[in-house]
Design a protein around this ligand. Structure first.
Ligand code: GAL
Length: 712
């Protein structure tokens, strides 16, 4: 993990110059504002006769960009020494003649069979030492010099051949780097891991200190003894595991940089991106650390149908992606029009969901809405995955929704380029803590990092409040916490002294900080902050605990005090003692530490520092977030009866604000508007009704309204 700034995303798609299309009409000028709309387009799956129909239907649907070539290596380089770009030339020319821009992939995501036959040493190896064989996709080692040689030669060819192609609007490096191959335990990985460790620690003495190898006879006397954390007799060294997670993210980032350098050399004016996977439990890649390496942030997001909080998770991920992009516009590279094919049970999206999901991304800063994929496959592993043009053809509800939404997005062009408004609540999110807090041999295996962060975010939404998911690294290496009145640190397990100082300074200057359970426990080497829990925050919070009281699955403890009747905590508790100036908001009724403080608050300077020493049930957490927000002077802009049902997210320009009212329930909802909302104008109602004093949203409806910014 490097300590460089995370500021990113200053460039945008280079739209092609205006030109005359095949049908004699003119394409829009390159500077014309628009939201990108399209999909992965894999024309190589189809006979070329089908391409003409693709063009007709793409135009009908309002598609203005497609990603091409993502999995085309084996067709572009059929053998080790032959190339065939003819079909791709024709596809790009056809797209250009139809006014559709191209996000051109470097085609390196999936190596062809000839490569893995000639060089099986590029194949990844799992922690058991088993080779991951070809037959699927993305079977390559991020650290393989041989893979790099072949892949970068392909990138070079692509860059040279298409540098001047008029349709080229953006480069798309590989695909979802790390998907399926983030953790490779091969010999190449071992060698690269040693180099990475040598540059992190400088000496074996320092590495031995950081890894705590004095215990269990693990002291290393030579670099060659160090391995990735392969299957071991018992728990592998935790710092070795944490460093391996950091290294694996860096190894992929290094590969990204290698491809990018070739592209920048050939086409400095064409932006470069790679599709991140800020979604669900995908955690291998530290994207806030990668963001500075791309010209614009793009993301893929899929809903998990079995997740009862699928909408909130989408909102969380879109929000986090927007923060990773520093609140500048970002590119939604993939999501689905309807069902996916890779979950145990795959459900079609309900009517209106395509629109709602897409606009929820736009509300959080996406200036592109793209899907996997354009035309649904008839063969291969993804034939049951939905697409813009489904098996049923153009006479289908999905295609009609796609086309309707395409024309709607064209009407939202004015929103393009606006930034998401900074919320007043920031929820810190940290990859180091995600990795380290869920290692084995902890007080409980039941605490899950993302679940905790999600719980706090959902509780903010339930209060009708907007919260930003703020990458913790941006506190020290990015924009910092200016503008946030309330900062929540859920399960911020890894805390450096510098971060403690920054958060202490934030509170001292009037900020309100809430620290969740299992925070402040360890430093960047995963060494405990000694003296009692939550170590790094003990002094600031004025609390001290000596023990963790883990609770079994399903076990709860009662909470009473300034919390709703019937409040409970679960998973973890502490034997908290407090300093005299600390207010006890709630105590444990029972459990391992009855009578002990469970929720505390303390005024420090102009600010306040609060601690929640357990995992509160949902209603209690909602009440606590409401209280912490009120203490920080933050009120919901939404009427009480729609909070938790409607999310209000705002984008803004210098003069205007765009308000996205998102109904994530399956019932129609009426939002009472106050006189202060009176200046609202409809931008895109999509079936909602705007009256002088109310906005009625249909089930899963989204309305986009605008008004002048106060003072503008
Ligand atoms: C993504 C991947 C696409 C496609 C999609 C299906 O992870 O980038 O190629 O497989 O999932 O949901």
């Amino acid at each position: 993990m490097s300590a460089v700034s995370t500021i990113a995303a200053t460039r945008w798609v280079r739209w092609p110059e205006a030109h005359t299309l095949a049908d004699g009409t003119e394409s829009p000028a390159s500077g014309t504002a628009r939201i990108a709309y399209g999909a992965d387009y894999n024309p190589e799956q189809w006979p070329e006769e089908v391409w003409a129909e693709d063009m007709r239907l793409m135009r009908e649907a309002g598609v203005n960009i497609v990603s091409v070539g993502i999995f085309s290596w084996a067709l572009l380089q059929p053998t080790i020494d032959s190339w065939d770009f003819g079909w791709l030339d024709r596809a790009l020319d056809l797209l250009h003649a139809n006014g559709i821009a191209v996000d051109l992939a470097t085609a390196t995501a999936s190596p062809p069979p000839w490569l893995t036959e000639a060089h099986p040493e590029v194949l990844p190896v799992n922690r058991l030492g088993e080779t991951i064989w070809p037959g699927g996709r993305q079977q390559w080692r991020p650290t393989s010099p041989v893979f790099r040689r072949y892949a970068l030669a392909l990138v070079e060819k692509m860059a040279m051949r298409y540098a001047d192609h008029p349709a080229l609007a953006m480069w798309h490096i590989s695909n979802e780097l790390g998907c399926h191959n983030v953790y490779d335990y091969s010999g190449d990985a071992a060698a690269a891991f040693r180099d990475w460790l040598a540059s992190r620690y400088g000496s074996l003495v320092e590495l031995n200190r950081a890894w705590g190898t004095a215990f269990w006879s693990q002291n290393y006397s030579s670099w060659s003894q160090i391995l990735p954390p392969r299957l071991a007799a018992t728990h592998p060294n935790p710092t070795q595991q944490l460093d391996f997670a950091r290294f694996s993210s860096d190894a992929l980032k290094g590969y990204l940089i290698a491809e990018r350098e070739i592209l920048r050399q050939a086409t400095p004016e064409v932006p470069v991106t790679t599709n991140f996977m800020v979604m669900g439990e995908t955690r291998g890649m530290d994207y806030p650390d990668w963001a500075a390496e791309v010209d614009l942030v793009s993301n893929d997001h899929y809903l998990l149908v079995a997740d009862p909080q699928a909408f909130e998770e989408l909102s969380f991920s879109a929000n986090l992606t927007g923060q990773i992009a520093n609140r500048a516009p970002w590119f939604l590279m993939e999501h689905s029009t309807s069902a996916v094919n890779w979950q145990p049970v795959n459900q079609a999206k309900s009517p209106g969901q395509l629109r709602r999901d897409s606009l929820t991304h736009v509300a959080h800063g996406a200036d592109a809405v793209c899907f996997f994929q354009w035309r649904q496959s008839l063969a291969g592993a993804e034939k049951f995955h939905s697409a813009m043009l489904p098996h049923a053809g153009e006479d289908s509800s999905v295609f009609r929704s796609v086309a309707r939404f395409g024309s709607e997005l064209a009407g939202l062009a004015a929103v393009a380029g606006s930034r998401t408004r900074q919320a007043r609540i920031g929820i810190l999110f940290d990859w180091d803590s995600w990795w380290a807090s869920e290692l084995d041999s902890h007080p409980t295996e039941l605490l899950r990092y993302k679940t905790e962060a999600m719980a706090w975010y959902t509780a903010a939404l339930a209060n009708g409040l907007q919260a930003d998911i703020v990458p913790a690294r941006s506190v020290l290496h990015g924009p910092g916490l200016d503008g946030y009145d309330l900062v929540i640190a859920p399960m911020l397990y890894v805390v450096t002294d510098a971060l403690t100082d920054a958060l202490t300074g934030y509170v001292g200057s009037g900020g309100h900080l809430v620290v969740g359970v299992f925070s402040g426990i360890a430093d960047a080497d995963d060494h405990i902050h000694p003296g009692g829990y939550p170590g790094a925050f003990r002094e600031l919070l004025g609390v001290r605990a000596e023990e963790f009281g883990g609770l079994l699955a399903g076990q709860t403890v009662g909470l009473s005090g300034q919390v709703p009747d019937g409040s409970t905590g679960s998973l973890l508790t502490h034997d908290v003692t407090v300093q005299p100036d600390v207010d006890v908001l709630a105590r444990f009724d029972d459990g391992p530490f009855p009578g002990v403080p469970a929720v505390t608050g303390r005024s420090v300077g102009a600010g306040r520092a609060s601690f929640v020493a357990t995992v509160p049930d949902t209603a209690t957490l909602v009440a606590l977030v409401g209280r912490f927000a009120a203490d920080a002077g933050i009120a919901s802009p939404l009427p009480a009866d729609v909070r938790g049902t409607v999310q209000l997210a705002v984008r803004e320009t210098e003069t205007l604000e765009y308000l996205f009212y998102i109904n994530h329930s399956a019932q129609a909802v009426t939002v009472a508007l106050t006189p202060a909302d009176g200046r609202l104008a409809a931008v895109d109602l999509g079936g909602s009704t705007l009256a002088a004093d109310s906005l009625t949203l249909p089930a899963t409806g989204v309305a986009v309204l605008s008004r002048e910014r106060t003072g503008a």
